[in-house]
Write a protein that binds this ligand. Structure first.
Ligand SMILES: [Zn+2]
Ligand SMILES: [Zn+2]
Length: 164
């Protein structure tokens, strides 16, 4: 868990987005995430996932946004984020959990095994959005629930570009 967000950053994001979005930008920002020094370095400190296609897609799409480097860790850098599978008999699709040391994104095999590729990718993109510090939206990739989506919507892109 890393807390690098300054009051100044939050204030400027609010001013930029305030008038065009019905819910203030501040409510879409958790103030927490896995970002450390403009990077998320991921690895396997807390386990592995079988859903590498969805994981890799989420890494590529978010990394392509440009400001935050999302890359694998190595012996010289501290891991910020792991991915692992869990099995919970509930409607839970996935979750991001800040932790002391590397944070973790979990995919729920109970549901993932029956989900389409697009639904898995949506969930992986959504959880990575949480790892980048964003909260739920009423639509787009940060909307909760089971649906297919493989790209980022304009709202979350705007939030990203305001915060980073
Ligand atoms: Zn927002
Ligand atoms: Zn969520």
């Amino acid at each position: 868990m890393h807390k690098k967000i300054t009051t100044l950053l939050l204030a400027s994001a609010f001013i930029t987005l305030g008038s065009s979005i019905p819910v203030s930008a501040g409510t879409h920002w958790t103030g927490d995430g896995a970002v450390d020094g403009n990077e998320i370095r991921w690895g396997t400190a807390r386990g592995k996932t079988a859903y590498t296609t969805a994981r890799n897609h989420s890494i590529t799409v978010w990394d392509n946004m440009g400001s935050i480097n999302i890359a694998g860790d190595n012996a010289d850098v501290v891991e910020d984020l792991s991915f692992r599978d869990i099995y919970v008999a509930s409607s839970l699709l996935g979750r991001y959990m800040p932790m002391s040391g590397a944070d973790v994104i979990e995919y729920n095999t109970y549901n993932f095994t029956d989900m389409t590729s697009g639904e898995q990718k949506k969930t992986a993109l959504h959880e990575m959005g949480h790892a980048l510090g964003f909260n739920h939206h009423d639509s787009g990739i940060m909307k909760q629930g089971l649906f297919s989506m493989t790209t980022l919507d304009s709202h979350i892109k705007s939030d990203y570009n305001s915060h980073y």
